[in-house]
Design a protein around this ligand. Structure first.
Ligand code: ZN
Length: 517
């Protein structure tokens, strides 16, 4: 006699199909509750970054903290363990969605369980403090005050890596958290190709006649920018019935739930590019999540395959589509109508060249399409060296300047614009930076495959017809969510593993034509 109680728990000695189905349903229900928590956390987080009054910040942090703790507890609970144990005996009977959900939950469970609760808590306390220490250190250009915290964070990372275990390089474990399956062995040759070719290209750009982009810094009314950006992202395919556009100091996109993927931007009245390309970038992220398969709803697979694949979608729209001549061939008329005085004397050709200006700069977040990856290389090499012990925290300011000189030909005279510029290390996010460049590499590789399938790619953009492009992305990338690994998506969509040559070819062609060399 088989008996399944209200929670789907099994009693009895033999397994029948009905009890198996009940177990799967029970597991799915449990996993759905976890994603409901996540949805609530994301919504509160969105509100905190866009609408929350200053005096509500502390209380909100506590609410998010409480929900995050519950979310973590559910993912690592005895209940979760029971679900996973029950399914483990029947993996060959699971549908692809349930199997991948099971695998994701198991991986998450194992990883979390390997760290003792008191060590994880100590790390959380440390990074909370380190973030405010970092903020003050950056303001006062005082690396020495942040250095002891960074050293401790690195030691924690090394300790966690030992608990989690690793194959090959210890940094692989950190990479895997953001880019499942990625390793130093793959990344090193990928990045060294890109670095060498980018440095050579940049030198040619620097020898060429500079492009004038000064008109982008004229006064542009914020309300007019908002109206234009709204129309623009709507036309490329961002669905306002399943999202909204708000303002925040640091632009982001966030998936709250099915049918609710929001974007934010910042309207600077003295620089037009920020809102234009920020909006296109974030809508690239958001259109990915708006197009995830319905089959993945209420599972941990209902999100991007990895940080790198996610970033490939935002960079594809921002740079490959949004900074193309064809794109502004379509949109520039409208922009010029909106800013008829400001852009009266500026031709489409001048505009296209100005939005693509490349030059070495000190700060990553302000870097252009060409030089951006060089900023990432520096961080990647430093992180890898800190983790394997070949670099010491105290030497970072000097190493930073040396690498900046070597790759970009300029170096900061203070650490605030150097080694202290990013928040990532103070919050313990090691392994994240490579995702940005992987996004660029993947984006060019996807674009190459897309253009083979749709040779009219540029003509479609120039006509403002983005549906066939979105359809290709949906079919090859978006719908899969986390059902496929990043490497599988790349292989299926482009026929080969990650290859930096597509990005190099794209950049070479683009900048040789822009700077006429
Ligand atoms: Zn992004």
């Amino acid at each position: 006699m088989i008996y399944v109680d209200l929670k789907g728990r099994l009693s009895g000695l033999t397994m029948t199909s009905s009890s198996f189905e009940a177990q799967v349903a029970d597991f799915r229900q449990y996993v759905k509750r976890i994603s409901d928590y996540k949805s609530a956390i994301n919504l509160l987080g969105w509100d905190a970054r866009t609408k929350l009054p200053k005096k509500g910040v502390d209380a909100r942090s506590q609410v998010i903290g409480t929900l995050s703790t519950e979310h973590f507890k559910m993912r690592t609970s005895d209940d979760m363990q029971r679900h996973l144990d029950r399914l483990s005996a029947h993996v060959d009977q699971l549908t692809p969605v349930v199997l991948r959900t099971y695998e994701e939950c198991q991986k998450d469970f194992d990883k979390s369980k390997k760290i003792k609760a008191d060590r994880f808590e100590a790390f959380t306390v440390l990074t909370n403090t380190a973030q405010s220490v970092w903020q003050t250190a950056r303001e006062h250009n005082d690396f020495a005050s942040f250095a002891p915290y960074l050293s401790q964070i690195v030691e924690f990372q090394q300790e966690f890596i030992d608990c989690w275990g690793y194959e090959g390089h210890p940094y692989n474990t950190l990479l895997d958290a953001f880019e499942p399956g990625m390793t130093v062995q793959v990344l090193d040759p990928l990045f060294s190709t890109l670095r060498a070719q980018t440095v050579a290209l940049l030198q040619k750009v620097m020898q060429a006649k500079p492009i004038d982009d000064s008109f982008l810094f004229r006064h542009f009314d914020a309300e007019k920018q908002r109206a234009f950006c709204t129309r623009l992202v709507q036309q490329i395919g961002y669905d306002f019935d399943a999202g909204r556009l708000d303002e925040s100091a640091h632009p982001f996109a966030t998936g709250i739930a099915r049918g609710d993927v929001r974007i934010t931007t910042r309207f600077l009245t003295n620089f037009l590019s920020t809102s234009l390309f920020g909006c296109i970038h974030e809508s690239g992220h958001a259109m990915y999540e708006q197009a995830l398969s319905k089959d993945l709803i209420d599972t941990p697979l209902h999100e991007g395959a990895s940080m790198g694949i996610h970033e490939s979608q935002s960079r594809f729209f921002e740079n490959i589509v949004g900074r193309s001549y064809a794109f502004w061939d379509h949109f520039y008329g409208d922009l010029k109508t909106v800013f008829k005085d400001e852009l009266a004397d500026i031709s489409l050709d001048q505009f296209y060249r100005a939005i693509n200006v490349a030059k070495p700069s000190l700060v990553r977040t302000e870097a252009d399409e060409l030089t951006y990856n060089l900023h990432i290389m520096i961080r990647y090499e430093i992180e890898k060296g800190l983790i394997d012990g070949s670099l010491q925290v105290k030497d970072l300011p000097e190493i930073w300047r040396e690498k900046m000189m070597e790759y970009l030909g300029i170096a900061p005279d203070n650490d605030a614009d150097g080694v202290l510029q990013d928040i990532h290390w103070s919050s313990g996010d090691f392994g994240y930076f490579p995702s940005y460049s992987l996004g660029n590499i993947y984006a060019a590789q996807f674009a190459n495959a897309l253009e083979k399938d749709i040779p009219t790619f540029s003509a479609l953009i120039a006509n403002g017809d983005f549906a066939p492009i979105r359809k290709w992305l949906h079919h090859n990338i978006h719908q899969h969510g986390k059902l496929l690994m990043p490497g599988e998506i790349l292989l299926k969509a482009t026929g080969e593993p990650s290859n930096a040559q597509f990005l190099v070819t794209y950049l070479t062609k683009k900048y040789a034509s822009l700077y006429e060399f």
